[in-house]
Structures are given as C-alpha cells and as structure tokens.
Design a protein around this ligand. Structure first.
Ligand SMILES: *Cc1c(COP(=O)(O)O)cnc(C)c1O
Length: 455
C-alpha cells in the first residue's frame, strides 16, 4: 500500500453548505450594541455598510446556509483544497504523532481569505451595489477582495496600513492588477485619517485606523458598501468550508484528529477550520482538543479583557463584546501583519469564555524557526501568520516523542509566504526581535475601553 501524502476531494464532493455554529450553542453570543443608545444594533443600523443578505447571515440561527451556485463556481477554481499528511516533517521530528495540514495557499491569492471575499462580492453585486471599500494590513485581505470584485464586476477601494504599503509593494501591485485602487492609511481622504495625521504626521497606521477610513467612505456613498475580512459572524460562516472539507478528507484517511490548532488574528481561518469539528464534538461524535495560537506581541485571547469595545480606532463601528487589548492599542510591527488586530471575533471570544477551546501565545522568532523547519521538510513556506500554528504543532509533536503518544494533530496552513519573504529574510539575517507586550502599555490601552457599557 502506498502511504498517502495528500487527500483530494472530487469537485463533486465539495460541500455545498456553510455551517453556523451558533445554532448548536446553549448560550447565544452577546449582541453588538449601538454606541449611542447602548441598545442592540438592528438591521437598519448596518444597512449603510452591508448588503441585506450578509446582515441576515450575521444574525441567523439556522444551522446551515446554502452556498450560492455562482459562489461554488468560483470556489471550484481552487477548491476543494488539499489535506496533507506531513510525513516528512514527522520523520524529521522523529515523532510518533501524525500531523495533517489543510492547505489554503492554493487559492489565487495564496490564502484562505477568498473563501469569504467571493461570497461577499457576490451578495453585494446581486443587490446592485457598485463598489466596495475595505482595509488591509499586510495586503492578504485586500488582494482577496480585489480578486473577488474583479470576478463580479465591482469597483474596489482599499486602505492599506501605511507600514505595509511602504514595505510590501507586491501585495499593492497585486490589488492594482485586479483593478483595485489602493490608498495608504492614514490618508487625507477621510476625517478619521486626517485626525490621526494631525496628531501623528508620521503615523505608520494600524488596522483599526484603516477600518475607520474604509467604513467612513462606505457610509457616505449610497452605491458603496464596506467589506471586512475577519471577525464578523458571516465571515467565519463562509470559512467553514475549510473544516467541512477537512472532515470529509479525514474520512478518506480513516483517521480522527485529537488536536486541532490554528492561528488567530480576527479568528476567521481558525473558526473556519474548527467549527465543523466543534459540531462533531458537541454531538459526541469526536473529542478533539481545539487550540488557538496568537502572537505574544498581540495576545487578545491570553492577555486581553472580555468587554464591549469598538472594532476600529475612531469608534465608528458598533460595540462588540470580545477579547480586546483596547481599540487604540497599536501592536508592535511584527511580521505576521494579519495577526495585528486589537480584538478577536466576538463569536470566538464567546466560545472561549464558554470553555470550548484553549489559547496559547508564541513569540515570532520561535514561529519563524518552526516555519523554516516546516519549509525544509514539506517544501511549502508558511505565511508568517500560520507559522504560529506550525510552531504549536511541532511543540506538541515533540511532546509526543517524549511520551510515545501517537496523537493526531491537524492544523490550518492558511497561506504561503511567497509574497512575505522579507520576513524570512529578516529572521535568517538574525535581525528579527521579539516584542513582548509590556504590562504598562496594556494597562493604559485597556483603561480607554468604553465605560459602563453592557457590563
Ligand atoms: C488574514 C490572515 C490571517 C489572520 O486572520 P484570521 O481571520 O485570524 O484568519 C491569518 N493567516 C493568513 C494567511 C491571513 O491572510
């Protein structure tokens, strides 16, 4: 018998529904609140920003949502994505553990982000919207939305965090290739951007500021809406195609994961991989430990507070109850740009509070060491973000080597690093530093949380 290295589903076996974990929870997640009234936000509050279909998906309690045929057709350009058994990494580590990774780097832009960008563009186009605005940090989300907008004939305008805009020209070129207009953030085009520049003319920006700019522009234009690449319920819903495919692939492999690990920025690749496994766990059909891995420099789950906070810096979004480091927290410029967000998905934060999964924080140098070990055995160079999950996998596999346990480990390899190689260059040159978050900095930013809301 050939020992299989990858498990590939037939296109015909690709899942046709997204899974909504909220349907299976005894305690529903706390609602987002209107910052002015302190009341739960209603569909009307969100209508200037999102199309009706996505507003409905944000609050639905249905267990499954059918994936539109037009979206399935675009998904088929790269889905189903492969599940790999990391046999060469296992051998290099000398571990009895079996390590699997679900690889999302096969998408046109090299990450899991098109899984939600495509349906978001589709629903907006179907409701006659002409243009989408968005923010992007390292550029992965911006390039995914740019691709999706090109696919459905929408205009797209992206505010890219200044630091990445200057340091990562390839993502910007990619967005422009797909026809998107890219602005550095903070920009002079918005109130929010001008306010930041007035105080800090050399600001290198943050995701929170860029969100404020994109939201402000969409809110002013009746033909435009805003798109977010993580954090919200509908985004995590769309990403569950990852876990649904992985479940089928584990059936092919005749195996069951004991541990599922993923990196968390806003929580979308992690939720997408783990929610279908959580459904199986809640139904008593499986019992994996589920673990989130975040950067030590931006540790919203392990060191943040669970409280109502804004999703952006200027305070334009509804208040969301989530694990947060404070909405004006600006994380150190670590290389995993996609993990530099001050908050965490409210749904994931709720599940964490309910004890459905655990979390761990790792320093970036340990992550890149793991990324290099992975690349030298498996070939794929992991994006800086999933090196966090890879590091946790390797740590666990080495533990298994000591105990002799043949644990089955699954991780989401949510993107490749082919456009982020300067980060590996910095590591290889010995120039990378670890930015441990200072207690005083954290105390100051948490002191600025909106007071007396929903507590
Ligand atoms: C955006 C991004 C992340 C972080 O976002 P999540 O919503 O937490 O998944 C992680 N990895 C990659 C490759 C990304 O592009």
């Amino acid at each position: 018998m050939v020992e299989r290295t990858k498990y590939i589903l037939d296109e015909a076996d690709m899942p046709t529904r997204w899974y909504n974990v909220i349907a299976d929870l005894d305690v529903p997640p706390p609602p987002p609140l209107h910052p002015g009234t302190g009341e739960p936000v209603g569909p009307d509050d969100l209508a200037p920003l999102f199309p009706q279909a996505l507003i409905e998906q944000e609050v639905t309690t249905e267990r499954y949502v059918d994936i539109p045929a037009e979206v399935l057709e675009v998904y088929r350009l790269w889905r189903p994505s492969p599940l790999y058994r990391a046999r060469r990494l296992e051998k290099a580590l000398g571990t009895p553990a079996r390590i699997y990774y679900k690889y999302e780097g096969v998408s046109p832009v090299g990450s899991h982000k098109p899984n939600t960008a495509v349906p978001q563009a589709y629903y907006n186009a179907a409701e006659g919207i002409a243009k989408l605005t968005t923010e992007t940090g390292a550029g992965q989300w911006g390039s995914a939305l740019a691709f999706a907008c090109a696919t459905f004939g929408l205009e797209c305008e992206a505010w890219q965090v200044r630091a990445s805009y200057d340091q990562k020209p390839y993502r910007k070129i990619m967005m422009e290739t797909y026809g998107t207009t890219v602005h550095p953030s903070p920009s002079k085009l918005t109130e929010a951007g001008r306010a930041v520049l007035a105080e800090h003319p050399d600001s290198t920006g943050s995701l929170g500021i860029a969100i404020s700019e994109a939201v402000e522009m969409a809110a002013q234009d009746p033909n435009a809406r805003y798109a977010l690449g993580s954090v919200l319920n509908h985004v995590l819903l769309h990403q569950t195609i990852i876990g649904e495919e992985a479940l089928k692939q584990f059936e092919m492999a005749g195996d069951t994961p004991d541990l599922v690990v993923g990196c968390t920025g806003g929580g979308s690749n992690f939720g997408g991989l783990t929610f279908p496994f959580l459904r199986e766990k809640l139904a008593g059909r499986a019992n994996p430990v589920i673990r989130a891995v975040e950067p030590a420099a931006c540790p919203s789950l392990t060191r943040g507070t669970y409280a109502y906070d804004f999703g952006d810096t200027a305070g334009l979004t509804p208040l969301m109850k989530m694990h947060t480091l404070g909405h004006d927290f600006i994380p150190d410029p670590i290389h995993a740009g996609g993990l530099r967000y001050h908050g965490m998905s409210p749904l994931l934060s709720h599940l964490y509070e309910q004890g459905f999964y655990e979390a761990q924080a790792i320093n970036q140098r340990d992550c890149f060491a793991a990324g290099i070990q992975f690349a030298r055995s498996e070939g794929i160079i992991p994006a800086p973000e999933p090196t966090h999950a890879v590091a946790a996998c390797i740590e666990e596999a080495l533990r298994c080597k000591e105990t002799g346990e043949d644990k089955v480990i699954l991780t989401a390899l949510c993107g490749h690093a082919n456009l982020d190689l300067p980060a590996y260059g910095a590591y290889l040159a010995g120039e990378m530093v670890d930015n441990e978050l200072d207690d005083d900095v954290l105390r100051t930013s948490l002191a600025a949380l909106p007071a007396g809301v929903g507590s």
